[in-house]
Design a binder for this molecule. Structure first.
Ligand SMILES: Nc1ncnc2c1ncn2[C@@H]1O[C@H](COP(=O)(O)OP(=O)(O)OP(=O)(O)O)[C@@H](O)[C@H]1O
Length: 268
């Protein structure tokens, strides 16, 4: 992927409004420490890649950001409001790691699955009206899945399912999207399309995106900023800065073994 243009951080990020701010997050499952003094800021309009080896605490950090787990220390703020006071969750779209391995026997149609993304706005038992159905269609069009609206979700490929789950997260018009390893089990072509979709959403809908990923190559080329996590933060900055010193960062964060692998992934 080395032929792709390397993006740098738009200089406005430093001044852009923070969408999500994690400060000094420390967390342990029982007594096993998983995160130590982790800070991370996602600004408006930023494409941020959160990378780290297996078990480095990425999903845990996301779950803390979403208020699904309570940190032992540190704070979370959304749009400048402390998590405890933040209620406007329709501003935040989330696609979990498990979305790509959806139960193939699940009978709901693509349209129904995306409509579920409106539950917060609709209430559980109200049927969607014309306006809501338009929103669902619009979200499916954005991800290129409008032709599949009537198809049972279980009869789609992993990459197609992933797009449907992104549509479900988009249907409430969020300002930020959190994606936890959504390209697991997806082929290279779908992966390239996936990054193109993220760029489109960022450009056209001004979405801020936090992407959890293992793919150092794609993240360092397609995102604006990168955070390298392994219990603590080993790097946070622009992808251009990361590419200038990735070898020492990865040696520290992942260990020596990762360096030759990363050489291939980063195409250098
Ligand atoms: N519910 C849990 N109870 C106890 N330990 C857990 C739990 N969930 C995760 N862990 C442990 O916490 C650590 C961090 O896990 P986490 O899922 O946050 O890592 P990750 O970086 O997202 O990993 P991966 O890249 O493999 O998805 C791991 O050692 C994991 O085994």
């Amino acid at each position: 992927m080395s032929h792709l243009e390397v993006r740098t951080v738009p200089p406005t990020f430093g001044k852009a409004e923070p969408v999500l701010e994690l400060r000094g997050i420390t967390f342990a499952y029982d007594r096993i420490p998983v995160l130590e003094d982790v800070s991370l800021t996602l600004h408006r309009g930023e494409l941020l890649g959160l990378v780290g080896p297996n078990g480095s605490g990425k999903s845990t950090l996301v779950r803390i950001a979403l208020g699904l787990l309570r940190p032992d220390a540190g704070s979370v703020a959304w749009f400048g409001l402390p998590l405890e006071k933040f209620r406007a969750w329709s501003r935040v779209g989330y696609v979990s790691q498990k979305a790509a391995s959806f139960n193939l026997g699940f009978p709901a149609s693509v349209e129904e699955v995306v409509t579920m993304g409106l539950t917060g706005k609709l209430g559980l038992f109200r049927l969607p009206g014309r306006r809501e159905r338009e929103k669902v269609r619009e979200a499916l069009e954005t991800v290129g899945m409008a032709d599949f609206a009537d198809r049972p979700i279980g009869r789609l490929s992993g990459g197609q399912q992933q797009r449907v789950f992104i549509a479900r997260a988009l249907v409430s018009d969020p300002e930020v999207l959190i994606l936890d390893e959504p390209t697991v089990g997806v082929d290279v072509r779908s992966e390239a399309e996936f990054y193109a979709l993220l760029e489109k959403l960022n450009r056209e809908r001004k979405l801020s995106i936090l992407l959890v990923s293992h793919d150092l190559g794609a993240v360092s080329e397609r995102m604006h900023t990168v955070v390298v996590l392994n219990r603590r933060v080993f790097f946070a900055g622009s992808t251009a800065d990361f590419r200038a010193r990735w070898e020492s960062v990865l040696r520290e964060a992942y260990g020596e073994l990762m360096v030759p692998v990363a050489h291939r992934a980063l195409g250098s």
